[in-house]
Design a protein around this ligand. Structure first.
Ligand code: G
Ligand code: G
Ligand code: MN
Length: 220
């Protein structure tokens, strides 16, 4: 599935995130948080993501996209450590090259915990090739702020838990406000996740958040 991301400045979709889904032969769906956690636990997340990469390339053959459209995939912590990581991402980039997309990798805070140097080098290499890096579910993981200085990042995705805390346009949401301010200072672009109501959208717009993802604009 793909979930569009809305740009409040242009009033249109500026990108989309690929989200893995698994349908059983009987037609029912396995919850992604369950099968992704299981795949991670059983060393299957790398081949699963490699399959996702093939499927995205296949899907994209049928698309018409404006150049610069931002296409994001989620990358698991184990994958970044894996020797195939850079090759896999280059394969995705090559397979989509006709669309001239902005490719974005969404990493969780956990990805940035171990083997710092090795991960930094791989991310820097890919960034030099035009790939952008987003930190996903920001604020929910092992919340060490030091990696915001250490790792090469372009986007910060605010976890929907913080967006959920917005209750009114002029209410107080101190943690969310602090994250937004921090992102502005670090010159990171912000994507707000899980935006479900017009009040949440207005609150975020008022604070200079440009990218909005959530059921209010579009479901996956
Ligand atoms: O897709 P939601 O629609 O329910 O996703 C549930 C969780 O699974 C989220 O944390 C999301 O980041 C993760 N997820 C969805 N698709 C992928 C994927 O392709 N790879 C990885 N590693 N995580 C994914
Ligand atoms: O962790 P990550 O951000 O990659 O996961 C995206 C998850 O968020 C997916 O499970 C997707 O289905 C879900 N999602 C997307 N928009 C909304 C929303 O507005 N509300 C809620 N509750 N979940 C959402
Ligand atoms: Mn994500």
């Amino acid at each position: 599935n793909y979930q569009p991301v809305y740009n409040v400045k242009t009033g249109a979709a500026s990108g989309a995130e690929a989200l893995m889904r698994w349908q059983l032969p009987d037609g029912s769906w396995v919850r992604p948080d369950l099968f992704i956690a299981a795949a991670e636990a059983e060393n299957m997340i790398v081949p699963l993501t490699q399959l996702l990469i093939e499927m995205v390339i296949e899907d994209a053959q049928h698309w018409t996209l404006p150049p610069g459209f931002r296409l994001a995939i989620n990358v698991a912590a184990d994958h970044i450590q894996h020797p195939d990581f850079v090759t896999d991402i280059r394969q995705l980039a090559a397979g989509l090259a006709a669309h001239q997309p902005n490719l974005t990798l969404e990493l969780t805070e956990r990805s940035l915990l171990s083997d710092g140097e090795d991960v930094i080098q791989k991310l820097q290499l890919l960034r030099r090739e035009g790939i952008h890096i987003a930190i996903d579910d920001f604020g929910t993981g092992h919340c060490s702020l030091s990696y915001l200085q250490t790792f090469p990042l372009d986007y910060l995705k605010i976890d929907r838990g913080f967006v959920n805390a917005i209750e009114s346009i002029d209410g107080e949401t101190p943690v969310l406000d602090a994250i937004i301010m921090l992102s502005h200072k670090l010159k990171l672009k912000i994507v707000a996740e899980g935006v479900e109501t017009p009040v949440q959208l207005q609150y975020l717009k008022d604070r200079g958040v440009v990218f909005i993802q959530g059921y209010l604009y579009a479901c996956p």
